[in-house]
Each structure stands twice: as C-alpha cells, then as structure tokens.
Design a protein around this ligand. Structure first.
Ligand SMILES: [Mg+2]
Length: 315
C-alpha cells in the first residue's frame, strides 16, 4: 500500500497503519499490507479467477447521496458479483483509491470501513493497494482474486439450444437505492454449479436484456424470453410510475441488479424452480435458449428483443 502525500492531511504511514490494523490475518496470506507486494496462496490445484472494477464518482455513484460507507461497500460488491458469475470463491483484494485533493482522511477511512465490512462477510482478505490524491473526483478500483470452488469456473459460452434461462431474483429499478447495496450471489452460484448442470452464467450489471445477450453472443445461439415470466422488483413498479415506462421494461433494461442469469437443461430448471433450494434466493425461469435470434414473447405476439441496457460511453 503506497500513499502519495501531496495535499493529504493524514501522514502516509498513519493511513496505511490504520488500514493494516483493521485487516485481520487471513488464511493463505503470507505477506499482506505493508511490504512492496503481497504474497498469497490459493488452494492447491484450484484455478485463479481474477476481476477488477473501477467506480467513478458522478458516473457510478454520487458521493454526497450515497455516503462513503456504501460507496466502499459497492466497490467490493460489484467485484464479488463477477466472481459469483464464474461460480468462484473470492479470496484476496487489492484496493486503489484516487481521492479528491481536498478530501479529509475520514473519507478514505469510511470507504475502507464499508469495504472491509463486506470483505469480512465474504472471507476476503484485503492484501494491499494504492492511495493517491488528484484534482479529479473520487475513483475507487478494486481487484478481486478468487479461485475455482468445487467446480470448473462457469463461463458465458456454454449455453445450448433447448437450455432454460433462469435468474436469481426480481429485477429493475435498482437506481432507487438497491444498486448501492447489492447482495453478491456467491453462495447461490456455488450451490447451483455444484448441484446442477449449469451451462453458462453472468451477473446482471447492465440489465437482463444486455447481459443475456452477452451469453448468447458468447455461446453462438439465440434466446426467447417470456415477458410474463420476468420477475419484476417492486422498485421497477415504483420507478415506472415516474418514467411512464412499463415495469417490465425496467426489469429488462435497468442495470445493477447484480443477480445472476444462468442456463441449464430444462428438466434441471424445472426441478430447481420447484424445489427452490437456495435460502433467500428465489429462482425464476424466464425463457429458453434457441438456435438463433433474440426474441421477446409478449401476450400480444413475439417481437425482437433489443439488447438495450446500460452502455458505458466513451468519447
Ligand atoms: Mg459481470
């Protein structure tokens, strides 16, 4: 953990020490925060699963509205959701903070408190990172290292025509607040991958329509989604009252639900939906993988399904 002192009110070693003291010793960490690099061990024979995500103030959150605790929590949560999407087990995290030059030391501390709370909930050890100040807004980058659980990592590329398409929870309207407090589906993904023949999986960061499209693009097939089977979150209904859209449009296209979309043989999906074996997670079957085309079945007929969803734009 390195700290650039320019304009920074807390002594560099003070913040590093503050973070280090709140980072408990963890299995697999030979050398954690405080040296030039961390040294860690994965479980023997398991593949490394690595992901990184950068959250930017003004684009991914508004600090004054969300507060630093929830921003720190979200920065860890979005990475956990990506490890969940591979049915992996999260292990080690590296955290980089770019702080506004006029930020107080307590901003960095509160971000870390929010992040560490979720990290310990998911048995993730924060092993290092970097902190700097600059003239721009707050930016937080978390790199999360995980490993395969008891199965090979699940990719986006294994869906086959005939497979059922399932999701792990109700969708839409997360902008009303849920996007700041996602519940990464680590345990659900591990259970599903260990007990069912999951063929492809992704987490919903940019909306059901867009993220399911990523599965069919990677798997080189199509999909038919049954509009009436899509689980609609109460927030999507509340939001639709303000936007004049239909609640199902929010469920299809809003981002940051951080639920899972996965595919599996139809008999297994029927068993899964009947048994509902994952505590706290209700699984819904929303459609089927087809050889080609991306379609939405409405009560009035079948139409083309636009990938839609949230798009990060670059100039
Ligand atoms: Mg993802």
């Amino acid at each position: 953990m390195r700290l650039c002192k320019i304009g920074w009110s807390m002594h560099e070693f003070g913040l590093i020490e503050w973070i280090r003291q709140r980072t408990p010793a963890a299995a697999g960490v030979d050398i954690g925060i405080g040296d030039d690099a961390a040294v860690c061990r994965l479980t023997a024979g398991r593949p490394l699963i690595a992901t990184t995500d950068m959250l930017l103030e003004g684009s991914c959150f508004i600090l004054a509205e969300a507060g630093p605790l929830r921003v720190g929590r979200k920065a860890m949560a979005v990475n956990l959701s990506d490890i969940a999407a591979m049915a992996g087990a999260p292990r080690f995290a590296l955290v980089s903070l770019a702080l506004p030059r006029d930020a107080t030391a307590s901003l960095a501390q509160d971000i870390m408190v929010g992040m560490q709370a979720l990290a310990s909930e998911y048995a993730v050890a924060i092993i290092g990172g970097d902190t700097n100040t600059w003239a721009g807004p707050l930016a937080i980058s978390v790199t999360l290292l995980g490993e395969g659980h008891h199965t090979a990592p699940i990719t986006r590329a294994g869906a086959k025509p005939g497979d059922a398409i399932c999701v792990t929870g109700a969708l839409g309207g997360s902008i009303l607040g849920r996007h700041l407090e996602p519940c990464p589906r680590i345990a659900a993904a591990q259970y599903l991958a260990s007990n069912y023949a999951i063929t492809a999986m992704i987490d919903i960061s940019d909306g059901l329509a867009k993220d399911l499209h990523r599965i069919i693009a990677a798997s080189q097939c199509g999909a038919l989604v049954d509009e009436q089977a899509i689980p609609i979150h109460a927030d999507a209904v509340r939001l639709a009252a303000q936007t004049n859209k239909r609640p199902v449009d929010h469920a299809l296209n809003d981002g940051e639900d951080f639920e899972l979309i996965f595919t599996l043989p139809p008999a297994e999906a029927a068993d899964l939906c009947a048994r509902q074996p994952v505590p706290g997670v209700h699984i819904h079957c929303v459609g089927a993988i087809t050889p080609s085309d991306y379609l939405l079945k409405r009560p009035t007929g079948t139409v083309a399904l636009e990938p839609g969803g949230y798009e990060h734009r670059f100039r």
